[in-house]
Write a protein that binds this ligand. Structure first.
Ligand code: ZN
Length: 454
């Protein structure tokens, strides 16, 4: 624990431990609260969320120009306590609304108690980036959820974590020998960084050499590492857990990680503009919404809330963002709602995160579906290293491939039928061979992208 050391004249080697810093003390207080609230019933949690949202709506209507009229009905005197029914009548905020509103979405009176505001931008993998402000409070909640993630998954704080991703400020600080730990409050083992844009063979050799306990990377990159590891036998022998982020995690990658390295994969769901949204349950592969920090709604095509087993659009509200309140923000992802979890936590369950609308395939009838496609299965019929499907029209799909050697006509034919079987529709496939299929600027990789307007 880092912090203020009070002068101590301990006898016989016995002295008080150092006091936590004010920031760590606030974090520990929030953790104490989290350890209780995660067991609340959904009704208790909702009541607490609505109470917080009342304050957020009043603040937004008063100090954020964009919301002045938009929220009037919900906050006018005599509106009474906020109910879920009233909440659901508030307009949904789209990405384009945020871009068009610009500075009109920023509060003119951020409460001083929320601390300094800082700009955060999305990576721009989905077109024009959006910029919002975070405060000390929203950052505190994110740190607490991060710490909860480690505690839920029983991580060993003395362990070494290797992170393979697009280099960011943390990598630069670590390279300069600063902030090398990976946990808040607790002293932790070192964090090692490697650039995900380097060849997979270099990444794997580095992992074998460093032999970390935990690996943090994107699901697509983990899949590529596992593929190469299976082929070459090169592996991080002491690895205990793979932790994925940023992209949709296909259940096939979990299975491959178990098979090739015999370690579990743990996943979380977050977004730059609203922070941590959901963490994998300690006991199941599904996700718990971080209800102390965000209200998540999953809405069907008629904007009605989805029930367990149904898939809809994810709409997120950060309960504590008083700098750039995003109220009922449609983030662009789809998710499937789950049943209450048998672990006993009252936090809402998402079974799966399904990605964005452009990751859906569209049929000539206009019907859309989520394609099940995993490039490892293509490797069973041909030496495919990387694959991506790009839908150009309702009839045509480009198959982009990175291959170990040129394919024979027979192999191409077999790939054609395997892919059509996955898609369940007789699309016309065109094969394109590439040296590498690049990631987006934010580091994301998509197995399936549709360029058809939906
Ligand atoms: Zn659970």
């Amino acid at each position: 624990m880092t912090g203020i050391r009070i002068p101590s004249t301990g006898h016989d080697g016995i002295a008080w431990p150092a006091l936590p810093s004010p920031a760590d003390a606030a974090l520990l207080a929030l953790m104490y609260q989290f350890e209780r609230s995660e067991w609340w019933s959904p009704e208790t949690l909702l009541a607490a969320q609505l109470g917080q949202l009342e304050g957020l709506l009043a603040h937004a209507a008063r100090t954020v120009p964009f919301y002045r009229e938009r929220l009037q009905a919900a906050v006018e005197p005599g509106a009474g306590r906020l109910t879920l029914k009233t909440w659901r009548q508030l307009p949904i905020l789209g990405r384009q609304d945020i871009q068009e509103a610009g500075a009109a979405l920023t509060s003119s009176d951020i409460p001083p108690a929320h601390g300094s505001a800082r700009d955060v931008s999305t990576s721009g993998s989905t077109g024009r980036p959006i910029t919002v402000k975070t405060t000390e409070i929203t950052r505190l909640f994110n740190r607490a959820i991060n710490l909860r993630y480690h505690l839920w998954h029983d991580r060993d704080f003395s362990a070494t974590t290797a992170i393979i991703r697009i280099p960011d400020g943390n990598a630069a600080r670590a390279a300069a020998g600063k902030d090398t730990g990976w946990a808040y409050v607790y002293p932790s083992g070192p964090t090692l960084f490697f650039d995900v844009t380097k060849p997979v063979s270099e990444q794997l050799a580095w992992l074998e050499r460093q032999n970390p306990d935990y690996l943090v990377t994107y699901p697509s990159n983990l899949a590529a590492l596992l593929r190469l590891s299976r082929e070459t036998g090169v592996r991080p022998a002491g690895l205990r857990e793979a932790i994925t982020l940023s992209e949709v995690l296909d259940p096939a990658v979990r299975a491959a990680c178990r098979r090739v390295w015999d370690v579990p994969v743990t996943d979380s769901y977050s977004a730059q503009e609203c922070g941590m949204i959901a963490l994998q349950c300690p006991e199941h592969p599904h996700y718990h919404v971080q209800g102390e920090s965000v209200l998540v709604e999953v809405l069907g095509s008629d904007d009605a809330p989805c029930g367990p087993g149904e898939t809809g659009r994810v709409v997120v509200t950060n309960l504590h963002d008083f700098a750039t309140p995003l109220i009922r923000y449609e983030i662009g992802d789809y998710a499937e709602v789950g049943e209450a979890c048998s672990c006993g936590r009252g936090l809402a369950v998402l079974n799966r995160i399904l990605g964005r609308v452009r990751n859906m395939a569209i049929l000539p009838s206009g019907e859309t579906f989520w394609p099940r496609f995993y490039s490892d299965d293509l490797a069973k019929v041909a030496p495919v290293r990387q694959a991506q499907l790009v839908q150009r029209s309702v009839h045509d799909i480009d198959v982009r491939l990175v291959v170990a050697r040129p394919l024979t006509a027979e192999e191409e034919e077999r790939l054609n039928s395997v892919i059509l079987e996955y898609l369940g529709h007789p699309f016309t496939l065109g094969f394109t061979y590439m040296d590498e299929i690049p990631r987006s600027a934010g580091g994301k990789y998509e197995d399936f992208v549709s360029l058809v307007e939906q």
